[in-house]
Design a protein around this ligand. Sequence first.
Ligand code: AMP
Length: 249
Amino acid sequence: MKILVAVKRVVDYNVKVRVKADQSGVELANVKMALNPFCEIAVEEAVRLKEKGIASEIVVVSVGPATAQEQLRTALALGADRAILVESSDELSSLAVARLLKAVVDREQPQLVILGKQAIDSDNNQTGQMLAALCGFAQGTFASKVEVAGDSVNVTREIDGGLQTVALKLPAIVTTDLRLNEPRYASLPNIMKAKKKPLDLLTPAALGVSTASTLKTLKVEAPAARSAGIKVKSVAELVEKLKNEAKVI
Ligand code: AMP
């Protein structure tokens, strides 16, 4: 089976992000960028399915600026066979990204599409769900286990207070949770090999998709600074402060 994995270029999770002075977004100039961690888990799952002989080809796709080729090369070094960049430097809504991914699904006809459950930059947690709706495919979100069985895939989902296992008829959409797997590191020889793997460039226009947004970010704010804590000398003092100062008990 062919697996399509959607990957996003985001600010590296180790970076402490700063809000731009005009509150239009976060500062991206000279900031370390990386593959979204949940997308890394998605690539790893696809690679494991290929290693088990279930997947025959892994195609990775990203929507973003030309620099997102770096993250596609990382995904190729982790084991993907081929990459597609839908190049756009616009700030795209999840619906626009889902429409572009749908156009790629139509071209590639994968049996399984794996996405991260969320991109750690915008925390939207909706692209996979939107793509499933646009394609008319079944979806298994927040997957902690994925097992392909014949013409369906069983997905164990992390839900409040437990696990739920659903069977999805292929083609289907899966979004990855943190505990699905632990992604491998790309080895140096694989990083070198990845440079020679095919990477196709497409544009929204070539896919015939309008990316006009119905959503506008009004402002982005940093969390309010927290006041410094104090040390109390006794439990009695703690209780007194909780009662009379914090007024929480
Ligand atoms: P989100 O809905 O933005 O939290 O993202 C969830 C998942 O959708 C990500 O982990 C990716 O797999 C996919 N995704 C979101 N934005 C993009 C993008 N620009 N390019 C490719 N995949 C994306």
